[in-house]
Design a protein around this ligand. Structure first.
Ligand SMILES: O=C(O)CCC(=O)C(=O)O
Length: 489
């Protein structure tokens, strides 16, 4: 019996329990912001949300492949008419590109990443990117060996498969802290074994507060002492994020500029640059850029094909019940250059809001291979005339405008059971094609063929990976900035 069958007694019982527990803890729904209401709606397990209001640009393309995958997993369909969109041709991408006039600067590239390339990226995220020297959420609390959690998990998985006693090779990963060493400082200890991302109301990074941020202590988070040691087979499923490139300090929600800039992974850089270079930016911004306040960076979109250079990012790993609460990305000095977000694995609902949490957000269905680009002032950070949270002291000739008030975004739901066949255990059998590509259509550079995909397929059954990539400094500014800072210090 499927848990999403509303006529089943198990479903009805669970629904009752869900309503009781949800509304007991948060009874005052009238006070919820529009963003919070939508988060709640899409998080709901009982009843499962319908997706009729969810923007699904791929459904505009004449092919019922993605819809049938959704239906067989018990999901209703999204709609290409959930909000007006405009389609743009995109050289080399059969899915084209879509812009959403209601959110200037938002560009959706459905199916931009080919199936083989998706597999290669997934393997790299697990094998290479969630690995020292990149920090992961697990490293905060656990003594993860330098080879990383994936290699231990994979080894164990093979043992299990070949019938060797699986417990022999399931390495136990111990905590960093002992009960006596850290329990006093419990504020940064997570409420669950693998912390999500802490919500900190940090001010947007700007030229004027950069020196303050630079001198703000960024102590390492306190390892929790109350978590259980876990075998690698379980700990992998608690992996939530890995930092790539510039080091990010989750406690203060700012980059740790005192740390040496980590090398940005070339595979991700190439894909993000390819996405930014594929977009006809004149079609996105040509008619509307003048209506926006581009702040000190000026109207820089004409240069993006050339100047976009990612240097920081997060790989997010979601299990089926994970969510990413509404948040704003404002830790980058460059607040208009494209933020590129790549989806892999199970599909998800992505919510993007307006200037405040009271603006009803737009829900967007993101599937494996989709790329979303958020660019320009009103999508990355919408400037507006006045902001009561601006500290009066922060007045700088360099900061001509009030702090921007960024758009809120979040991921309230992973859509269970929506892993495409080409990421499953038999990716080469017929009927595993993607909506946009024939699987025979292999590209040069596909490193996934010849590798044992089976363990990756097993992990991806319940997983969504999102690669979220930013450019922290506008091009050319970083060096100038560094010199000024060195001079000031
Ligand atoms: O998972 C996603 O699609 C979005 C992630 C995100 O917004 C973030 O990492 O800041």
């Amino acid at each position: 019996m499927k848990s999403h069958d509303p006529s089943s007694p198990a479903y009805r019982k669970a629904h009752k329990h869900y309503l009781r527990s949800t509304f007991k803890s948060e009874p005052d729904t009238a006070a919820w912001s529009a963003f919070r209401l939508q988060e709640k709606r899409y998080k709901s397990r009982f009843p499962r949300p319908t997706l009729d209001d969810v923007l699904d640009v791929a459904s505009a393309i004449d092919n019922d492949h993605p819809q049938s995958l959704m239906k067989s997993a018990g999901w209703s369909c999204g709609s290409c008419n959930a909000t007006p969109t405009q389609s743009l041709p995109l050289s080399g991408n059969p899915g084209g590109a879509f812009i959403v006039p209601r959110i200037p600067g938002l560009v959706i590239l459905p199916g931009f990443i080919r199936p083989e390339e998706q597999r290669t990226l997934i393997m790299a995220c697990l094998r290479d990117h969630a690995l020292f020297p990149n920090e992961t959420n697990l490293d905060i609390h656990y003594n993860v060996p330098p080879l990383g959690i994936w290699s231990l998990w994979e080894k164990h998985w093979h043992c299990q498969r070949t019938g060797v006693d699986p417990s022999i090779d399931d390495t136990i990963i111990n905590l960093k802290a002992t009960a006596s060493s850290s329990s006093k400082n419990s504020e940064s200890a997570p409420s669950r074994a693998a912390p999500g991302r802490p919500l900190t109301n940090n001010p947007p990074l700007s030229i004027s507060n950069f020196p303050v941020i630079l001198s703000t202590p960024q102590p390492p988070p306190t390892p929790a002492s109350t978590l259980p040691p876990l075998p690698a087979s379980q700990l992998l499923y608690k992996l939530r994020w890995a930092n790539i490139g510039r080091s990010y300090h989750w406690g203060t929600k700012s980059y740790d500029f005192s740390k040496q800039l980590g090398a940005f992974p070339e595979d991700i850089r190439v894909i993000c640059r390819r996405a930014v270079q594929a977009v006809p930016w004149a079609r996105v911004w040509g008619d509307i850029a003048g209506d926006q306040d581009w702040g000190d960076e000026g109207e820089n979109w004409r240069d993006w094909h050339d100047s976009y250079e990612p240097d920081a990012g997060i790989v997010n790993f979601y299990q089926e019940r994970d969510t990413l609460m509404g948040h704003v990305d404002r830790s980058e000095l460059s607040s208009t250059t494209p933020l590129v977000s790549v989806s892999l694995g199970n599909a998800a609902i992505f919510l993007i809001g307006g200037l405040t949490r009271d603006v009803e957000p737009l829900p967007i269905l993101l599937r494996s291979g989709d790329v979303v680009i958020m660019s320009g002032p009103s999508c990355r950070r919408a400037y507006h005339g006045r902001c009561s949270r601006c500290p009066r002291k922060v007045t700088s000739t360099l900061m001509s405008k009030c702090h921007p008030s960024p758009n809120t975004a979040g991921v309230p739901r992973i859509l269970e059971g929506t892993l495409p066949g080409y990421l499953g255990p038999h990716p080469d059998v017929l009927n595993c094609s993607s909506q946009f590509y024939d699987l025979q259509d292999r590209r040069d550079g596909d490193e996934s063929s010849g590798v044992d995909w089976a363990p990756f397929a097993e992990y991806m059954k319940t997983t969504r990976i999102n690669i979220n990539v930013r450019q922290v400094f506008p091009r050319g500014l970083h060096e100038a900035f560094r010199l000024v800072i060195l001079y000031l210090l």
